[in-house]
Every structure is written in C-alpha cells, then in structure tokens.
Design a protein around this ligand. Sequence first.
Ligand code: ZN
Ligand code: ZN
Length: 232
Amino acid sequence: MLKGFLNLLLPRVCLLCSGIVEGEGLCEKCLDSIRLIKSPRCRCCGMPFISQEAEDHLCGTCIKKRRPFSIARSIGIYEGVLLEAVQRLKYNGKTSLARPLAKLMTKEFSMNNYNLIVPVPLHKTRLKERGFNQSLLLARELSKLYNLPIDYLNLRKIRATDPQVNLKGKERIENMKGAFAVKNGAGFKNKKILLIDDVYTTGATVTECSKVLKKAGAKTIDVLTLARVVNM
Ligand SMILES: [Zn+2]
Ligand SMILES: [Zn+2]
C-alpha cells in the first residue's frame, strides 16, 4: 500500500532521459526513437536488407557458411537510445534497465516453444570486474516473462578473450575459438534452446556458443539479442 501511495506522489521517470513515464522503465519518446529491425532480413542471421522490396532470404555470409544456430534475431539497431541503454546497463551498472529492455524483446519477438533459455556467459575475470552479467539479467527477465526455465551454469566461458570491439570479422572468429565449454551437458540434450546476448556484431560469440551447445546434444538453437550492429 505504501508503494502505491508513493507512486501517486512521485512521478515515475524514464531510466534514460528522466522524462515522465506512464508505466515504468522507458518513456514513449525513447522507445519510439529505437529503429526496430523488421523484414526484409536474412532468414538465418537476421541481418536487415537495405532494399525494402526484397523478401526474407539468406545473406551472402549465411549462404557461404552454414551457421550452427537456426535463426538469430535482434530487436533494434545498436545506435542512439538502444546503444545508450546497453552501455548504461553494462558499464554504469544500471541494472534496473534489464526489465524494460527484456519487455521490449518479448514485444518484438515471437516465441517458438523453446525448452530452455541460456545466456551468453562472461569469463570469471570479467564477471568480477563488472559484478554481473548483462546477458544473464536479460535472460532472467525473459525466463520470468515467458515462464521458461533458464540454465546459466552449464555453458561456461573458459578463456578470457580480447575485447571484440578492436577486432575485425575474421579475428573475432579466431578470438572466440575454444572460449566456451559445456560443464554438464545433460540439461541441453534434445532441447530447443533460446540463446540470449545483449549485442550481435558479427555473430562470432553466439556462433561459438551454439557450436558447443550443439555438441552437447541441443536439438536447435535460436539466438535473440537486444541490439545489432548494422552498417547502414
Ligand atoms: Zn526517455
Ligand atoms: Zn545471414
């Protein structure tokens, strides 16, 4: 009751711009400014196509090399409000952003009877530095919203990698090789897994994670990230 009373007295503010919010989290203005990724896009990796005429089809990269995941989808382009939100969540420890961002993910992604949600793990040294794993925060909210089990213990990052930011496509793939391992794979056997990360850049991270999950016996892996780096 006290909480309800306080809510009446204190106007809720947007976690990003401090504008007034109707519900909680992000204001309409911030949400409206996010460039959502829609069709036409790559049927597999979800890369948006520039031409608005085309239908969904495979992009050049996905034709050349089969991906270990079935589909990858991202909610919006990694710029503006979305970039700021991810950076505040990750580097400024604004963990209260996880819930509204996960809500945005559920609004823009149709679930496909998954058995299990798995977040991309952080290496323990990074985890110590940051104190939390932003992908786990998002995955945990999604597991609540979708009422799905989550496993954040059995996919491990066993090797610290150089920050991907400074690397180009091929180097990113090399950098991630052998960086992940499955601890106990029994829970992954024959499961339809939804793999969660905050940002998709070249897909090197989620590709490597999907490979080890497949090896552990996962039936299918779909990837969902909040944002995607797009050069357009
Ligand atoms: Zn706002
Ligand atoms: Zn593709």
